[in-house]
Write a protein that binds this ligand. Structure first.
Ligand code: ATP
Length: 255
């Protein structure tokens, strides 16, 4: 029997008194790569932060790796959307090393195993060449690769990535997506990865979680990315079509 990584039962989350996620129920099996999509303000970040235990539920029950949110953070690699630019004089290696000691800024003593773990995370995010450079001198996309590496440290069982591909160029975007996809298969990790361009994750993700108007739909690409399903979710006509090369295009006045 496959175990569940995330289980939501009738989850409602409000922010400043406004319902963002309404009565959401879904189950994500362990080992799946799930792409998280939806328009601006739909609640993607809110959902990821709720899974981390950083935002409370107003109603319902939520289980993350079999425990309440916030109980298993040592097993979760989280890359938040708001990436502050602290520590401009630190190197990429320092950034990852600081994560080894519980996300504190500082230069902890590292064991041989810690160093291997950092090196491995750098390799997966294709960020090895950035380790010796100072954060303040890196481009947005280069810092992004280091932050992806930081989330991978310690072989987490669950990766929650909030727009990790934003500000990467299309070639790098696809490369990182494929590296993450390979990692999921190799290690049986579960990944929930938000993005705006679904095409960057096509062929890599197992399922799509689409959020709109507080409601969510989980399923494979062919189930969720249809004119009927998205129109029902948005409550307005939405057109989904595929180009001859297989790219998905979503268009509507509501978007
Ligand atoms: N700190 C906050 N306080 C109050 N409301 C917030 C806060 N952060 C976000 N919201 C509101 O919660 C709703 C969901 O925001 P959220 O950031 O989860 O959306 P998102 O799907 O991640 O959007 P985007 O694609 O723009 O990143 C929005 O209406 C937003 O205005």
């Amino acid at each position: 029997m496959r175990t569940e990584a995330i289980r939501c039962e009738h989850v409602t989350v409000e922010r400043s008194g406004k319902t963002v996620l309404a009565d959401m129920s879904l189950s994500i099996p362990a080992g799946q790569f799930v792409g998280l999509f939806g328009p601006n303000g739909a609640g993607k970040t809110t959902f990821l932060r709720t899974l981390m235990g950083l935002l409370p539920l107003q109603q319902g029950h939520l289980s993350v790796l079999g425990q309440p949110p916030g109980a298993r953070t040592a097993d979760i690699g989280y890359m938040p959307q708001n990436r502050n630019a602290n520590g401009a004089s630190l190197t990429g290696w320092d950034l990852l090393a600081s994560g080894m000691s519980g996300n504190r800024w500082g230069l902890p003593w590292l064991s041989h195993g810690d160093r291997l773990s950092i090196q491995e995370a750098l390799d997966i995010a294709d960020a090895t060449d950035l380790a010796a450079r100072r954060l303040g001198e890196l481009s947005g996309g280069e810092r992004q690769r280091l932050l992806i590496a930081q989330a991978l440290i310690g072989s987490p069982r669950l990766l929650l990535l909030d727009e990790p591909l934003a500000s990467l160029d299309p070639v790098r975007m696809r490369d990182i997506a494929e590296r993450l996809g390979a990692l999921v298969k190799q290690r049986g990790m579960t990944v929930l990865c938000s993005a705006h361009d679904i095409n960057a994750l096509m062929g890599v993700m197992d399922s799509v979680l689409y959020v709109a108007r507080g409601r969510a739909r989980l399923g494979n690409v062919d189930e969720v990315m249809t004119t009927d399903t998205l129109s029902a979710l948005y409550g307005a006509p939405v057109e989904v079509c595929r180009t001859p090369s297989g790219r998905l295009l979503v268009s509507a006045d509501v978007l």
